[in-house]
Write a protein that binds this ligand. Sequence first.
Ligand SMILES: Nc1nc2c(ncn2[C@@H]2O[C@H](COP(=O)(O)OP(=O)(O)OP(=O)(O)O)[C@@H](O)[C@H]2O)c(=O)[nH]1
Ligand SMILES: [Mg+2]
Length: 248
Amino acid sequence: MKEMKMPAIEVENTPTLKTEYQRLTVIIPTLNEANTIGKLLDDLVQRYPGINVIVADDDSTDGTRQEVLVRARVYPRIRLLWRKGKMPGLAASVLDALNLVSTDYFALMDGDLQHPPETIEKLLRALTRGYAVAVGRRVRYGLPPHRYLVSKVGTLMGRLRLWWTDSARCSDCGGGYFAGRTDLFLKVLRTHAECFELQGYKVLFEFLKQLPGHTSVAEIAYEFGWRSLGESKLSARIMLRYVRSLFR
Ligand SMILES: Nc1nc2c(ncn2[C@@H]2O[C@H](COP(=O)(O)OP(=O)(O)OP(=O)(O)O)[C@@H](O)[C@H]2O)c(=O)[nH]1
Ligand SMILES: [Mg+2]
């Protein structure tokens, strides 16, 4: 799994060709995000003609799937993965969706509008320029002080872990907004499936742990918005899962 060594830098401001959007699949895990998922999907397909989207829904009960299906009928590049009867979990949902991706690149973003859709273009641009991974780096946090602190400490611990094992690195390894080369990530998934914390939230961290230190990683700054609609699914149990994954 040899990757060219490239420094983690901001990607310059040249627009991505419109035809490049069809090379990307955006994975959106959802659990009861009916208030926001429709708006997010509308924004993505309007902004990025030709883009592919997979919504990986863990049997939501609030009409999330209906919001997706209404749009999928009009825009067939939107697909719904209904995980009914499967072991629930954010990471498990993302990995299931990743197995369905057939485009060169994929991106992961939340379905609650905390991740700004305009950043997708910069993530994609980094990949088409040759980076293996493009990571969104939060520069503002839509989080209350205690959550901000927990997030910062968690990210610092994650960075130490990645440095200690000479794994792939970036400054915001605890974020959930990133993109990557599909073949590389599928290879990691197929060779290290048993290592993933399937009910955890830190999918990026799980992958970085398995990628070698010389992997080329670009960092793209973005403002992590406040959750204005719907409810947070993050719990103390999920945070503990992350602590466990630091030592695995
Ligand atoms: N499929 C699936 N999606 C999930 C699950 N838990 C959370 N999600 C989705 O994953 C994304 C991130 O979850 P959030 O609850 O927003 O987590 P967060 O952004 O860290 O927390 P807040 O800042 O409080 O919103 C959202 O799109 C959720 O709907 C799950 O168990 N399964
Ligand atoms: Mg959120």
